[in-house]
Design a protein around this ligand. Structure first.
Ligand SMILES: [Ca+2]
Ligand SMILES: [Ca+2]
Length: 172
């Protein structure tokens, strides 16, 4: 590469850098427009995906996540990993779940043996453990999930990945 070519490339790079500020207004407009479109799509999606039960709304995360990431995703969309208060909520949930996946719920015993809901740290009252659960298998199961085809729960390693159920105390 000749010295002249290098100089030309350098000059072009400098022009490019200098022009960034004049481009930024246009870029900003494009960015704003894209953001508006995305916000619109998100609202549309929210309307579709949240299911209503007794004035609370539920969202089923269709991808596999660790318990912690699932909780984070729920918080990001204005909810929390589901807190199952009673048998009727539990049975209704079962009817909503895909048959091919298990789902994280917002129940953990990070202090062993003392299961609490992550939403408000309340000690669990209503439970629907599957037979033999929670068994803290391998001494390493602190997070709870909901079986797909049953209305019962299990405990598993929080680092396992399952689908997830978010709850929110209001609907749109
Ligand atoms: Ca609930
Ligand atoms: Ca278990």
């Amino acid at each position: 590469m000749g010295a002249y070519t290098v100089l030309v490339i350098l000059a072009l790079m400098i022009v490019e850098v200098c022009c960034l500020p004049c481009l930024s207004d246009k870029s900003k407009k494009i960015f704003e427009k894209t953001k508006k479109t995305l916000d619109g799509l998100e609202k549309e999606l929210e309307k579709k995906e949240w299911k209503t039960y007794k004035d609370h709304c539920y969202y089923l995360g269709g991808d596999s996540e660790t318990w912690f990431n699932a909780e984070k995703k729920c918080r990001q969309i204005g909810g929390y990993l589901v807190k199952i208060d009673d048998s009727s909520e539990n049975v209704w949930l079962k009817t909503q779940l895909s048959k091919d996946a298990h789902y994280w719920i917002g129940l953990t015993d990070l202090r062993e043996g003392q299961f609490r809901w992550s939403y408000d740290q309340e000690k669990v009252k209503f439970t629907s453990w599957n037979r033999g659960e929670p068994n803290n298998h391998g001494g390493n199961e602190d997070c709870a999930g909901h079986y797909n085809h049953l209305d019962t729960w299990f405990d598993a390693s929080c680092h396992s990945t399952y689908n997830w159920i978010c709850e929110r105390n209001f609907c749109n």
